[in-house]
Design a protein. Sequence first.
Length: 68
Amino acid sequence: MLVLRKKTSRELAHFVGITEQNLSLLKSGKVRGVRFATLSRICEYLECQPGDLLHFEPGEEDEQASVD
């Protein structure tokens, strides 16, 4: 989405109010969650919807939840 909008990670991080390192973690999917306020600011800046950014991948938590 950054490429489509011709924006940099640095610009996005500054607008959202997070560090570039935290943005990098979000982009790589290495976080367990994201605040709605952060997601909202990202979508505002990139003029998109959350579904344009998020992709669901079942993991261990999901497998355990279905076993219980």
